[in-house]
Design a protein around this ligand. Structure first.
Ligand code: THU
Length: 148
């Protein structure tokens, strides 16, 4: 399903899903066997991809979406236009990743898809994190008004 509200061309959408699907092949998921690939399109036009990386200390695991986001930010990208997330069953992103991505663009377009490119959701991140907490909510603290 392609939404008419999507900011992506069909070609951008396709290549973002392809990038996520190929990143998924590098997933390190020996404990869950659940492999995830993500690809983020930054405002600069560059695509950053990532996969989930698990750890024998389970809580140290990082999701595919956050791997891609951290790669983007560490390369100087600050705003995200879209993210494609590919899993075997076109699963939705976890709550931690929704929050983490929200920082870099509540309006960013989210696509969840399976490896064949069949999507289960396409829409803005803010629909997946209604009434989300973001950078603007810290303004009062910066002004010293809500520090207690
Ligand atoms: N995982 C992700 O990479 N992204 C999500 O949004 C949900 C979960 C990973 C973490 C872990 O390696 C595996 O999927 C099972 O939870």
């Amino acid at each position: 399903m392609t939404s008419s509200l999507s900011p992506l061309t069909d070609e951008q959408r396709r290549s973002l899903i392809d990038a996520a699907a190929s990143a998924r092949k590098n997933a390190y998921a020996p404990y869950s066997n659940f492999t995830v690939g993500a690809a983020i399109l930054g405002d600069s036009g560059t695509v950053y991809s990532g996969c989930n990386v698990e750890s024998a200390s389970y809580g140290a695991t990082i999701c595919g979406e956050r791997t891609a986001a951290v790669k983007a930010i560490s390369e100087g990208e600050r705003r995200f236009r879209a993210v494609a997330i590919v899993t075997g069953n076109a699963a939705m992103p976890c709550g931690i990743c929704r929050q983490f991505l929200y920082e870099f663009g509540p309006e960013m377009w989210v696509i969840t898809a399976d490896p064949q490119g069949r999507s289960s959701f396409e829409g803005p991140l803010k629909d997946l994190l209604p009434y989300g907490f973001g950078p603007a909510d810290l303004v009062e603290v910066e002004h010293g008004e809500a520090a207690d």
